[in-house]
Design a binder for this molecule. Structure first.
Ligand code: SAM
Length: 202
């Protein structure tokens, strides 16, 4: 299925997200994600932050064989299951309802490996997840992290609104750490900012 066809199929879901204030990947970033998965031929993808299955459907429709995805909100989790089912994708998805921190730890214990991780859960947690996510990545695997510029606040100098401060500080740390060995990162200043991080191995 090409991206235009997929967008058409996902239009009601996107409208549902807008009406219910559920944040999903933005339009240009969604197309970029689709092309990125397709062009690199990623096979086994881990997603942190399922929401209602919008980005997961994009990843699978772009050609990934399997998607493991984690969501903490039961209502979103159930809606995502419905989405995957309606698009006949459910048999390629491993869905976890729970805190990503715990599920990631379980996946590490089970020695799971992925060639791509779509990091789109709580923004202040990216830096805390990184060591465990690295264990889950194949060498040369990629972390695609969305919203790393947080409406421009991550690169802006000066005062940050109090309630965003931890998120901004932690995203800055994340970008700093993935900017150095054993990572190789490209920052894409599109929409809310995407960091593409390739893990070069130990
Ligand atoms: C930006 S939304 C994900 C959007 C989705 N990837 C998409 O583009 O369609 C972030 C999601 O992460 C979930 N989330 C937040 N904290 C989490 C946690 N600690 N563990 C698992 N999921 C979490 C939220 O409930 C929310 O659904």
């Amino acid at each position: 299925m090409d991206f235009d066809e997929l967008e058409e199929k996902l239009s009601d879901l996107k409208m549902y997200a807008e009406e219910n204030f559920i944040p999903i990947i933005r339009d240009k970033s969604a197309k970029f994600l689709y092309d990125f998965v397709k062009d690199n031929g990623f096979r086994n993808v881990l997603e942190i932050g399922t929401a209602i299955g919008y980005s997961g459907s994009i990843i699978l429709s772009a050609g990934a064989e399997s998607l493991t995805t984690i969501e903490i909100r039961k209502e979103s989790f159930e809606m995502a299951k419905k989405t995957f089912s309606e698009l006949s994708l459910l048999d390629r998805v491993d869905m976890y309802l729970g805190d990503a921190k715990d599920v990631i730890a379980d996946l590490c214990c089970a020695n799971k490996k992925y060639d791509m991780i779509f990091l789109d859960g709580a923004k202040g947690q990216y830096i805390h997840y990184l060591p465990s996510l690295t264990k889950l990545l194949d060498v040369d695997g990629v972390i695609f992290a969305d919203n790393v510029l947080l409406q421009g606040m991550v690169e802006k100098e000066g005062k940050i609104p109090h309630r965003k401060r931890t998120m901004v500080v932690n995203l800055r740390k994340y970008l700093e750490v993935v900017g150095e060995y054993p990572y190789n990162t490209t920052l894409i200043k599109m929409e809310d900012g995407i960091a593409i991080t390739r893990y070069k191995g130990e």
